[in-house]
Write a protein that binds this ligand. Structure first.
Ligand SMILES: Nc1ncnc2c1ncn2[C@@H]1O[C@H](COP(=O)(O)OP(=O)(O)OP(=O)(O)O)[C@@H](O)[C@H]1O
Ligand SMILES: [Mg+2]
Length: 274
C-alpha cells in the first residue's frame, strides 16, 4: 500500500507550546483513517499542520512522500491534498454553483464529478450558500474539496452542528469516494461510533498524546475503556450504528430531522439564519 500521509514524531502547536506531541500516523491510498479524541486534543492542529497552515515544531509530515516543511499552504490543493476545514469556509454570499466554480477554477478541477457524489446539491445550485442548511453546507464543502480530485482528503468535524442522522448519511459518501478514486481520507469526527463504522483504522488523541491506534475493530473493542478514560460522559464510542445510505437520502433525512425527529439537533443551522 502506498503511504500518502506519514506523520512522524510530530510536535505542533501555537506560540512555541506543543499541543500535539510525538504523533505518528499514516494514511495509505484507499483507506479511511479516523482521528478521534475529545475537545482540545489537537485533532484540528494536526490537520492544519499537514496542510501547511500551522508550522511543524519538531518531527516531520510527508504528504505524497514530500515533507511539508517549507511548502507553502497554497500549493497543497494542486499537489492533490484537499482539506475541508472545521468551519467549512464557504463563500456564504455566493451561490452553490459559484462556490463550486471558484473551487474548480482554482484547481482546474472536475465539477460534474464532484457534484455526482452529492446529487442533493443539484436543485440548490442557484441558492446562496449562506441559506443552505447545515447538512447542505457540509455537502457543498465536501463537493468543493472534491473538485481538485484529491489523492488525500482531510475532513475536520463533518458532523459539526449536524444531527447524527445526517452524519450517518454523509459518512458513507466518503467510503464511495475512496473506493472509486483510491484516495486516502483522514477523518476527524465527533460521532465516534459512526466514524468507526466507516473507517478502516483509527487513532485516538488525548491532550496532544496518541493514546490508542489500530484497526477500527481493535479500537471499537477497547471502546468502553477508552470512553470512560478519555472521552468522558456523553461520548458515543460504542460501535454498531447502521451506516449505509447515501447523501441524497441525507438531504431528505435532514428535512425530517428539522421537522420533528427527536434526534435532531436544535443547533442545526436553520435555513435563512445567515
Ligand atoms: N490559534 C491558537 N492559538 C493558541 N492555542 C490554540 C489555537 N488553536 C488551538 N489552540 C489550542 O490547541 C489545543 C488543541 O486544539 P485543537 O483545535 O487542535 O483541538 P481539537 O482536537 O481539534 O478540538 P475540537 O474537538 O474542540 O475541535 C487546544 O488546547 C486549543 O485551545
Ligand atoms: Mg477541532
Amino acid at each position: 500500500m502506498t503511504a500518502l500521509l506519514e506523520i512522524d514524531g510530530l510536535y505542533s502547536g501555537y506560540a512555541g507550546v506543543a499541543m500535539v506531541r510525538d504523533l505518528n500516523l499514516t494514511v495509505h491510498a484507499g483507506e479511511i483513517v479516523a482521528l478521534l479524541g475529545p475537545n482540545g486534543a489537537g485533532k484540528t492542529t494536526t490537520l492544519l499542520t499537514t496542510s501547511g497552515l500551522n508550522p511543524v515544531m519538531k518531527g516531520d509530515i510527508r504528504v505524497f512522500g514530500r515533507s511539508v516543511r517549507g511548502r507553502p499552504a497554497h500549493r497543497a490543493p494542486r499537489e492533490g491534498l484537499a482539506h475541508v476545514l472545521e468551519d467549512r469556509s464557504l463563500f456564504y454570499q455566493l451561490t452553490v454553483a459559484e462556490n463550486l466554480r471558484l473551487a474548480a477554477a482554482r484547481s482546474k478541477g472536475d465539477l460534474a464529478r464532484a457534484l455526482s457524489y452529492f446529487p442533493a446539491l443539484e436543485p440548490l445550485l442557484g441558492r446562496r450558500a449562506g441559506l443552505l442548511s447545515g447538512g447542505e453546507q457540509q455537502m457543498l464543502a465536501m463537493a468543493r474539496a472534491l473538485t481538485s480530485k484529491p489523492r488525500l482528503l482531510m475532513v475536520d468535524e463533518m458532523s459539526l452542528g449536524l444531527a447524527p442522522v445526517i452524519v450517518e448519511r454523509l459518512l458513507p459518501v466518503l467510503r464511495r469516494i475512496v473506493d472509486d478514486t483510491g484516495a486516502g481520507v483522514l477523518l476527524v469526527e465527533q460521532h465516534v461510533h459512526l466514524a468507526l463504522e466507516v473507517a478502516d483504522r483509527a487513532a485516538v488523541l488525548v491532550h496532544g498524546d496518541l493514546v490508542a491506534s489500530g484497526t477500527t475493530a481493535e479500537i471499537a473493542g477497547r471502546a468502553a475503556a477508552l470512553e470512560s478514560t478519555y472521552f468522558g460522559a456523553g461520548a458515543e464510542v460504542e460501535a454498531g450504528a447502521d451506516v449505509g445510505a447515501d447523501a441524497e437520502a441525507g438531504a431528505e433525512a435532514e428535512a425530517d430531522a428539522r421537522t420533528g425527529d427527536p434526534e435532531a439537533d436544535p443547533e442545526d443551522n436553520p435555513e435563512g439564519s445567515r
